[in-house]
Ligand binder design. Sequence first.
Ligand code: THU
Length: 140
Amino acid sequence: MIENEAALIEAARGAAQHAYAPYSDYQVGAALLFDDGAIITGSNVENASYGLALCAETVAVARAMGEGRRGGLQAVAVIGPDGKGDGAPITPCGRCRQVLNEVAQLGPSDPLILCVGRDEVRRVRLSELLPHAFGPANLA
Ligand code: THU
């Protein structure tokens, strides 16, 4: 449990409104909370060449690292569109787990991932989603 969980979830919900998802019509928002209190968001960005879609979590990590952040990742909220699927919380895709792991290992931290569903927030650690991860620590 983190103190400003509600604010983090609202930031992810707001980010989903900026999703560019004309092909899947599946808008995703992600919000990263850093240990200095900063929240950095991302939304999915699709492409006419479908396979080039960027997930919300990956965009958020790129934005954070692009402004110089290296580690300090405390928590992540991820939310999908309301009214799609069964309303169950969505978890980051496999590629996004690895992308999140990069900034997490630099911390080092094991961020709490808040997977936001219609009626439920599932709280899991990144290490549960990506056990035995390969990361920058292996190359040091
Ligand atoms: N998507 C994300 O943004 N994050 C995930 O963790 C799962 C999938 C996006 C990719 C694509 O634009 C759309 O959702 C449908 O797969």
